[in-house]
Every structure is written in structure tokens, then in C-alpha cells.
Design a protein around this ligand. Structure first.
Ligand code: ZN
Length: 548
């Protein structure tokens, strides 16, 4: 938990300085602090600030580990300032199943494991988490399973969400879950609006995704979540929420017994959504968009998007906003950009979730691919056809030199001339993708398609950003993309909204202004009002704060 900034001299210094400078960059803030009279009189504060400044410098030299930086007293105090900030934040992207804490999950899971279907649940838990997942005897046991361990990839991540899914057995559990989440985010992380992603229909033919227990009807899911959030909202006037039903995009992810194909299944769900709103008109203002989730490595071509197009068109014509998770993962970078391109052209999305494929620097990216491939080739080791490196070089335009690709795959050393050839091929691949990326990004800006940025999720799951520092948030911001920030799954990813803000600030200490970040995450566009909010956060004006 972040410390109360009003209770420490360091907190007072930072609060005053941020308000007086109207929220300049973190580097400037630290620099000004160290030159201020305020700090001169407090050597212990000066020492802490200087130490943090040093840590930022050394992080920028070697950005491999951010944890020490985030754990530092100054970062934590900044976190406290955000937590106490007079305006609340908008969590633009959070999934229900990845954001239920152990104190919610454990008692409910315990009841299931002591119930008549014990064997079924135990089998499912073993299947998803491995043999040593059981027994589960405490909140701590659950907490360990809920959080993704370092080094686990995307497909593993989808499995880690299983435990939370198991306890969402009926309408009441969805209601409790929503209330629990609202309470946790509002009080711990100063969140005033949640855009919740949740599975509308769990029906699946995939054994790995199928769950024991009763099937919960979409109506119960939606009404339960609505009631939970709405109860919290009635108690807290500065809280609001958006329900964003989400659908797996994979072609084989639908109930093949009930529907002929993916398209028919999604169209049916779109009609279900509209029928729910007709039946319960109070949902109209709260369930205003849909999203697509899942593994997009095989979902990038026009044909893939055509499947769900009729459903999207129907929803859009009834006023729904279309959002999609795209450019999050990819089989090769060009397809990652292509996926976003098609989502824009065919589904007419209003918001892109993740969009990392538009933020990776292709020249850097392809050069790293080249380096990794050559590291193998100089040792006469083959490039496996299953590897990401193979997928990239296979996608490159070798023209009449495809024999070089075959050599790389066989592990036959390239000659100096052939290496030069490879570099040329790689160079053109990077240029092509860079051009494509800019083209798609510019169209996004022209069409006012916004982008939700999820730093921790992108670093941990996409695995194509080497470090947090490589995250393109500020680059997008400078280009004029309309941005939002989310945690994706704060429990699963072992993060929280304020931690995401700190990551953005420390990784771009020289460029990202504190005020700019606050405007993005509060959704506040009135600059003077933001300045006033900063001013009212000053220690001597605490009485004016909107909330404690
Ligand atoms: Zn997501």
C-alpha cells in the first residue's frame, strides 16, 4: 500500500513542488526539488531524492529490472500522491477474472472444494495449474495461483484465469465480484470509473476452456455485474462503470453443437445483448460497448474478421462502440499490424486495446531478430520452424535468395556475402513494416480511434517489448493518439493502476509531464481545472480536497 504523502516531509515537498510547477516531468521535478530551499532544510529528504534520481539514471543505462525503482521511497510517495489525488482515475481496461483478489476467491473456492463436485473441481485445478496446486488451504495458496509467475507466456496466462472463473457460479457471485472489485479499486487506487471486460458467454468446445459447475446464463452475468457496481455507485457518487462484454475471437471458439459457425454464434450473442437491453432498459447507459479478446496470432486476415462482421455491424447500428484487443500478440510483426488494420477497416473499431504492434520499433525489432538468428547460425545451429525468429524470417521477402532461409533453417553457416544479403532482406522488411505501421497509426489518428495502453500486460505477455522502457506510450502521446490506461488484470499480472502510472513516469522521466499523464488517466481535458486540482492537493489546502 502506498504511504500517505501528507504524513511525511518528503510527501509535503513533492506535493508542493508538483502543484507549484503545474506538473512538469519527473526528471525536472526531482531536479527542482534538489535545488529548492524546502529540501535544503531537510537533509534526509534530499538524500532520498538524490538516491532516487541516481536510480533513474542507472535504470536508463540498464532497464532490465524496474522493481528497485518502483519500490523506492520516492516512487512510493508519488504513488501515495496519486492515491490521494482529488480527481479519480479511469481504469479503461480490466478483466473480471484476472482482477478478483484472493480474499474474494478463497472462501468461495473452499465451499466448492468441500461440496459434492469436489473431484471435478480438483481435476480442473490440476489440469490448469499442475499437480502441486492442491491442496488449497488458505488465501495465500489462492493468491499464489492467481498471480502469473515470471516467465509465463500468453497461453499460460489464459489458464491462470481459471480459478476466478470457477467461483463465478451464478448471478449473486457476479454481483458480489463487481462490488468487491469496485470497493478495492476505489479505495486502494483512487479509481472513479471502471470499464469492465467480462465473458458474455462461456460456451466452448475446447476441453481446456470448459469448466465444471453450472453454466451461467449471460442474463445472470450481466445483471449480477450491474447490480454489484450499481450498489457501489449509489454509495459513492464519484464512481461509475461501463460493462464491456467480451468475446473470444478465435475461429474455433464457439459452441459447435448450437451454431453452424463462428459468425452465426457471434450474431446470436449480439442479438442476445440487444434483447437484454430491450428487457432491462437501465442497462442501456452502462453496457455501451463490446470487445474481442483471446489469442490473435491466427486472427489477422480479412477472412478472419469477416466472420464476426455481421454481429459487429448489428451492434454498431444500435449505437454500440466496438473495441478490440489487437496488436497484442502476433505470429510475425507485419501480421500484428495487419490485424489492427483489418479491425479498423472491417469492424470499424472505435478503440484499440493494446496495439503494441503499432509501437514496436521495426528497425530495432528486426535487427534483434537478425542478431538472434545469426547467433545460432555462427554456431551452425538450425533456426527451429516453431520459433518466433523463424516466423519473422519466413515472412521476409527473400526474392530469389530463399535458399539462404533454407540454410538458416538447416543450420548451415552463411558466407560473408550471404550475411550481407540477409541484412539487406532484413533492412527492407523493417522499412516495409515501419511504413505500414505509420500508415495505420495515422489513419487511427484521423479517425479518432483511441488506444488503451497496458504497460505491465504488454511487457509480461506480449514479450516483444524487451523492457518497460521500450513501451511506446509517450511516443503515441506525442504523435497525438488519444490514449487511455488500464491494468488488464491487476491481480493476475501482480500490478495495480497506480503502479502503471509510476511505470510510465519513471520510464520516461525526461519527456512525460505529470500533468499530461494525469489528464490522460482522469479523462479531464480542462487544463485550468487540472491545475486547480493539483493546487488543491497541497498540504496546506487539504481541507479543499474532494475526498480523503
Ligand atoms: Zn485485455
Amino acid at each position: 500500500m502506498f504511504p500517505d504523502p501528507y504524513a511525511s516531509p518528503l510527501g509535503h515537498v513533492l506535493l508542493k513542488l508538483i502543484s507549484e510547477t503545474n506538473g512538469v516531468t519527473l526528471a525536472n521535478t526531482l531536479d527542482l526539488a534538489l535545488r529548492s530551499m524546502l529540501v535544503e532544510e531537510r537533509p534526509e529528504v534530499a538524500a532520498s531524492l538524490r538516491e532516487f534520481q541516481e536510480l533513474i539514471y542507472s535504470y536508463h543505462r540498464d532497464p532490465s529490472d524496474i522493481r528497485g525503482l518502483l519500490a523506492h521511497e520516492v516512487a512510493q510517495t508519488l504513488g501515495g500522491i496519486f492515491r490521494a489525488f482529488p480527481l479519480r482515475f479511469r481504469e479503461e481496461h480490466i478483466h473480471l477474472t484476472g482482477s478478483l483478489a484472493a480474499d474474494f476467491v478463497y472462501p468461495r473456492l473452499k465451499a466448492l472444494l468441500e461440496g459434492p463436485s469436489r473431484d471435478l473441481y480438483e481435476a480442473k485445478i490440476r489440469e490448469a495449474y499442475g499437480e502441486d496446486a492442491l491442496p488449497i488451504n488458505s488465501e495465500a495458496d489462492v493468491d499464489r495461483l492467481l498471480r502469473l509467475q515470471d516467465g509465463m507466456g500468453f497461453s499460460r496466462y489464459l489458464q491462470v484465469l481459471t480459478l476466478a472463473k470457477l467461483v463465478l457460479v451464478d448471478k449473486q457471485s457476479h454481483c458480489d465480484a463487481a462490488y468487491h472489485m469496485a470497493h478495492r479499486l476505489y479505495h486502494n487506487y483512487n479509481i472513479g470509473r471502471v470499464r469492465l471486460k467480462f465473458t458474455f458467454s462461456r460456451a466452448t468446445k475446447s476441453a481446456a476452456d470448459a469448466l465444471p459447475g453450472p453454466e451461467v446464463e449471460p442474463e445472470d452475468v450481466v445483471l449480477g455485474l450491474y447490480e454489484g457496481f450499481e450498489t457501489f455507485r449509489r454509495e459513492h457518487a464519484d464512481f461509475d462503470f461501463v460493462l464491456s462484454p467480451s468475446f473470444r475471437k478465435e475461429s474455433d471458439f464457439f459452441d459447435a453443437e448450437r451454431y453452424e459457425n463462428k459468425g452465426a454464434s457471434f450474431l446470436h450473442h449480439a442479438e442476445e445483448i440487444l434483447a437484454l437491453i430491450a428487457k432491462y432498459p437501465f442497462l442501456r447507459d452502462k453496457m455501451t460497448d463490446v470487445d474481442t479478446v483471446g489469442d490473435e496470432r491466427h486472427h489477422y486476415r480479412k477472412a478472419h474478421f469477416e466472420e464476426m462482421r455481421p454481429g459487429m455491424r448489428k451492434l454498431a447500428s444500435r449505437g454500440f462502440h466496438i473495441r478490440s484487443h489487437h496488436g497484442e500478440t502476433w505470429s510475425c510483426l507485419r501480421r500484428g499490424v495487419q490485424a489492427v488494420d483489418n479491425a479498423m477497416n472491417i469492424w470499424h473499431i472505435d478503440t484499440l486495446e493494446h496495439g503494441v504492434s503499432l509501437g514496436v520499433n521495426p528497425n530495432y525489432y528486426f535487427h534483434m531478430v537478425f542478431e538472434r538468428v545469426m547467433a545460432l547460425n555462427t554456431k551452425r545451429l538450425p533456426v527451429s520452424r516453431e520459433s518466433p525468429e523463424f516466423r519473422e524470417i519466413d515472412d521476409m521477402d527473400w526474392r530469389d535468395r530463399r535458399d539462404l532461409l533454407e540454410k538458416l533453417v538447416r543450420g548451415e553457416a552463411l558466407s560473408a556475402d550471404e550475411i550481407r544479403n540477409f541484412i539487406t532482406v532484413k533492412f527492407h522488411a523493417a522499412r516495409e513494416v515501419e511504413h505500414y505501421q505509420h500508415d495505420v497509426l495515422n489513419r487511427m489518428i484521423n479517425k479518432n480511434v483511441s488506444l488503451v495502453s497496458l504497460p505491465t500486460s504488454n511487457v509480461k505477455l506480449t514479450q516483444n517489448l524487451a523492457t518497460y522502457k521500450a513501451h511506446p506510450f509517450t511516443w503515441w502521446e506525442k504523435k497525438g493518439v488519444e490514449l487511455g490506461v488500464g491494468t488488464d488484470n491487476d491481480i493476475t499480472l501482480n500490478s495495480n493502476f497506480i503502479r502503471e502510472l509510476l511505470i510510465l513516469l519513471v520510464t520516461d522521466a525526461d519527456n512525460l509531464k505529470i500533468t499530461k499523464l494525469l489528464m490522460v488517466v482522469t479523462g479531464e481535458t480542462r487544463r485550468p481545472f487540472m491545475s486547480d486540482a493539483l493546487w488543491s492537493a497541497r498540504p496546506d489546502l487539504q481541507g479543499n480536497r474532494a475526498h480523503a
